[in-house]
Write a protein that binds this ligand. Structure first.
Ligand SMILES: Nc1ncnc2c1ncn2[C@@H]1O[C@H](COP(=O)(O)OP(=O)(O)OP(=O)(O)O)[C@@H](O)[C@H]1O
Ligand SMILES: [Mg+2]
Length: 253
């Protein structure tokens, strides 16, 4: 089986800081793959490399058989990669529904002329968008919030809206940066349920950066541990949790 995403010898530095050092990993189609590591290990930097917000100093990223290392950031969503941010990034003054519809726009393939005439195909496309958005609202249980403005919502719900927006582009690969941060234990448990739903119902492959080891263990097929930008270990959740190098990376010698 060929990997959906391959990171090959990725390196990234900021001045003297080596944020990512020669990191390689493969993520298989349908997998839930977690990246763990202490604060500042380089986890978000790896996401920023995959979503092309940062340029790698060296290395390659192959997605669905094609190198994306030189793709512009704005093309990444249309290739089928969606993400959430460690600190949610939503349109504060818009409703939940509008934030989700904005997420869908990457898939529009009509020109202005046909939009003006509101041709049959455009209307069909619009109905299709709405259906997908409604499915995502159901999946993530956001019905009661659909017309609420983001700024008025509690943090846990905002985090869900960000996931919802990402799902509206029907991604092949979903990158979740600390989905449980700021959530209470009950909300964190819910995260593992919707990850399972997304993986099963949408067939999306998931890469998750996460600090909560219970969530990582419950949801992940495999885990990559990094520290100081460098590879520490890769394996099943139990292999990683009991790995002496991983324990050393967290606790120090
Ligand atoms: N845009 C940037 N400019 C300068 N340094 C950066 C930048 N982005 C990341 N870094 C540095 O790169 C290193 C890795 O940061 P990164 O955000 O990837 O870590 P992380 O593993 O996501 O940490 P956390 O668990 O705290 O979110 C850190 O030393 C950080 O200060
Ligand atoms: Mg981070």
């Amino acid at each position: 089986m060929s990997a959906l995403l391959s990171a090959k010898n990725l390196s990234l530095s900021f001045g003297g800081v080596h944020a990512v050092r020669d990191i390689s990993f493969d993520v298989e189609q349908g997998e839930v793959f977690s990246i763990i590591g202490p604060n500042g290990a380089g986890k978000t930097s790896i996401f920023n490399l995959i979503s092309r917000l940062y340029n790698a100093d060296s290395g390659d990223i192959v997605f669905a058989g094609e190198s994306i290392i030189s793709q512009p950031a704005h093309r990444i969503a249309s290739l089928g990669i969606a993400r959430t941010f460690q600190n949610t990034e939503l349109f504060e003054h818009e409703t939940v529904l509008n934030n989700m519809l904005i997420g869908r726009h990457v898939h529009r393939c009509s020109n202005l002329f046909s939009e003006l005439l509101f041709l049959h195909s455009v209307r069909k496309q619009e109905l299709e968008f709405r259906r997908i958005v409604e499915d995502v609202i159901d999946l993530l249980d956001l019905q009661s919030h659909r017309n609420q403005v983001i700024g008025s919502l509690p943090y846990g719900v905002r985090k869900m809206v960000e996931v919802a927006r990402a799902l509206c582009i029907q991604p092949k690969l979903l990158l979740l940066d600390e989905p449980s941060s700021g959530l209470n234990p009950e909300e964190t448990e819910d995260v593992s349920f919707w990850i399972e739903d997304i993986s099963r119902d949408y067939g999306a492959t998931i890469i998750m950066v996460e600090h909560d080891m219970n969530l990582v263990s419950r949801s992940s097929d495999r885990v990559l541990a990094i520290a100081d930008g460098a590879f520490v270990a890769l394996g099943t959740p139990s292999e990683i949790q009991n790995h002496p190098d991983v324990q050393r990376a967290y606790l120090g010698d």
